[in-house]
Design a protein around this ligand. Sequence first.
Ligand SMILES: *Cc1c(COP(=O)(O)O)cnc(C)c1O
Length: 379
Amino acid sequence: MYELKRLDSPVNVTRTFMPPFSEFTSEIERLWNNSWITNNGVLHQEFEEKLIDYCEVENISLLVNGHLALETGLKTLDLKGEVITTPFTFASTIHAIVNCGLKPVFCDVDKDDYNIDVSKIEKLINKNTVAILPVHVFGTPCNVYEIEKISKKHNLKVIYDAAHAFGVKLDGKSIASHGDLSMFSLHATKLFHSIEGGVLVYKDINYKKKINLLKNFGISGPESVEMVGYNAKMNEFQAAMGLVNLKYVETNINKRKLITDTYVNLLQDIPGIQLLNYSSDNTEYNYSYFPVLFDPILFGASRDTVKELLEKNNIFTRKYFFPLATDYDCFQGEFSGFDLPYAKAISDKVLTLPIYPELSLKTVEIICENIKKIHRRSI
Ligand SMILES: *Cc1c(COP(=O)(O)O)cnc(C)c1O
């Protein structure tokens, strides 16, 4: 019997990055001088500028969280009809579509990068199709060039859920420079955060006015309410956290790269394990997640067994993403008819392993050693 090694204290799949306390307090000190803590404050404006520089894009709007940013993005495009998307994502993607009165149409994903399979999109297009909403899942870029071709040919809008993809570049350009709009989530558990937060990046400067209206009750002046909106503004404490954390993004991505390289080295030769490919020449990755697919036959243990055994030893992983969005209880089988063989297979095999900047390489080695032992004892 191979004994697994137990960690002394629990290691979770992620751990929120906390910048030096004094850097945060020195940012928020300014707020006590001017008593302006939300509604497009000074820090909000500064953060927007810094993000425009960092991402090298033209137009950015900041919102209170990624989900409302996505909904606001969809509302800005003023759509009615069907939106082609992926079932292999976080609940937010599909809820944004449904909350906007649109119908999600589910496309299968690619077996290697788990993103929407562009070769299967056109079959799903009909006269009601108005947009494509792909997800750069785990930060791996979608096939944006093919998606652009399809959208041009069929006159469809493209809005990217780039919640996982902050800092990712494709052919030297921010991943958010593709599509009509892209959304980054700055939630505390994401690679780069502003406590909670959402960013919309877009090509058309005319969207800015509508986004500003939607996120502030549609109010356009002291006595005029131009459209029905909601409250989705980013406040000054969020912007302060974002400003401080932005200075650490590069360092944190580098630390994540080391962790990823270590995982890849130690896991890649184990039978029945599939990893993401990080070797595309035209991509600068952000290493935001470390998903592993466990084939129950070839690896010798199911994903659920691996999860359970690791948990007993203080290693906490997540099934990102299981169940598929089509199988959520809230949809009561409404979307059960789609043909999604790869999405289903991936969702049944996937486990994301711990990754965050402070995770020690020693811990990564222990996690991998345990996974190897699970494989050995099951054959
Ligand atoms: C986190 C996430 C969101 C939502 O972002 P929040 O900032 O948490 O509202 C949307 N889509 C995906 C794929 C996500 O992972």
